[in-house]
Design a protein around this ligand. Structure first.
Ligand code: RP5
Length: 182
């Protein structure tokens, strides 16, 4: 799995072996390598904020035991949030949330036949007691930003970064407003 992900990791952070880097605070997992094009956008955001994270393939259906091991060890390994992307009958975020006390953010990945509505409904309709914070279809950017906000609540330097990110975004919009007005 790590071998298949290596080119992606390298594109995100050339020359850095994630397994040797800082202890990951965010776990980003996905059901299949076919989810990577969607998920790597969020990974790029985590990288941009300098958040130590891990990226891997964990399938609820094809590697159920790996999923159990991943979810059960996540808190103990120091993760503070998990982002889980999946398509179709997207059980991964919900099943992981059922086995960890950590916050889990689900990314519904758009599949080929039902436009991602299948994934969205699978992830968002969690039964009472096991929450999964669900972002919009294919929106791994918001999943990463939400994970960062979760970290920011207890890490002041990350809070400051998030405030700066929001100010920058506002500034960019206001520049466009200024151009339209003139
Ligand atoms: C899900 O099935 C994955 O998350 C993926 O979105 C979907 C299709 O997987 P592949 O058949 O492309 O591996 O488990």
């Amino acid at each position: 799995v790590q071998q298949r992900l290596a080119p992606i990791l390298n594109a995100i952070e050339p020359g850095v072996d994630r397994s040797l880097s800082l202890r990951p605070l965010v776990g980003m997992i996905m059901g299949s390598d076919s989810d990577l094009p969607v998920m790597k956008v969020g990974a790029q955001i985590l990288k941009q904020f300098g958040i130590p994270f891990e990226l891997s393939i964990v399938s609820a259906h094809r590697t159920p035991l790996r999923m159990v091991e991943y979810a059960k060890s996540a808190a103990q390994r120091g993760l503070m949030a998990i982002i889980a992307g999946a398509g179709g009958a997207a059980h991964l975020p919900g099943m992981v949330a059922a086995m960890t006390p950590l916050p889990v953010i689900g990314v519904p990945v758009k599949g080929s036949s039902l436009d991602g509505v299948d994934s969205l409904h699978s992830i968002v309709q969690m039964p009472r007691g096991i929450p999964v914070a669900t972002v919009a279809i294919n929106n791994s950017t918001n999943a990463a930003l939400l994970a960062i906000r979760i970290l920011a609540a207890s890490i002041p330097s990350i809070m400051k970064q998030m405030e700066e990110y929001m100010e920058k975004m506002e500034g960019e919009v206001m520049t466009k407003v200024g151009k339209l007005d003139n």
